[in-house]
Design a protein around this ligand. Structure first.
Ligand code: HEM
Length: 121
């Protein structure tokens, strides 16, 4: 259940994030602000679902890896937030894009590849 909430909420975050950046790039700052607010609410869903998943790993053999996965996830959220903000102010975003790619690769590798819980009911 929480895995589904988790995956749904970060897939939704990627979509909202692309919408925010696209709106900012085409000068529609007002529209971008609205989607950015929804994106921020969605971050809370990711954090909540990720946090409860993380709790299931506590004191287990993969606890360290799960904590690392969570930190990479927070890093990905942070990078998305920085790019959304900076794209609105027309500030450079390149270094945050690089960080976003690294953080997302890490979360996907650790999430899908390493941590074995998967889609438990
Ligand atoms: C954009 C951010 C994030 C992405 C792309 C992401 C991606 C993923 C993926 C692909 C999985 C594996 C799902 C599966 O089991 O099939 C997962 C699981 C998990 N995530 Fe995230 N996540 C993000 C944010 C977070 C955050 C912020 C936390 C912690 C606060 C977190 C903690 C966890 C935990 C503990 C699991 C359980 C691993 C498992 O049992 O498979 N994630 N995440």
């Amino acid at each position: 259940m929480n895995t589904h909430l988790h995956v749904t909420s970060w897939v939704l975050a990627f979509i909202l994030f692309i919408v925010v950046v696209a709106l900012n790039k085409s000068g529609k700052a007002k529209g971008a602000k609205i989607f950015q607010m929804i994106l921020r609410l969605d971050y809370l869903l990711i954090l909540y679902s990720g946090g409860t998943l993380l709790a299931t790993y506590f004191n287990g053999p993969q606890m360290g890896e799960a904590i690392f996965k969570g930190l990479a996830g927070i890093w990905a959220i942070f990078a998305m937030e920085m790019i959304s903000m900076k794209s609105g102010r027309e500030e450079p975003t390149k270094s945050w894009w690089i960080q976003l790619v690294i953080a997302v690769l890490l979360t996907l590798i650790l999430g899908f590849g390493r941590l074995g819980l998967g889609f438990l009911p």
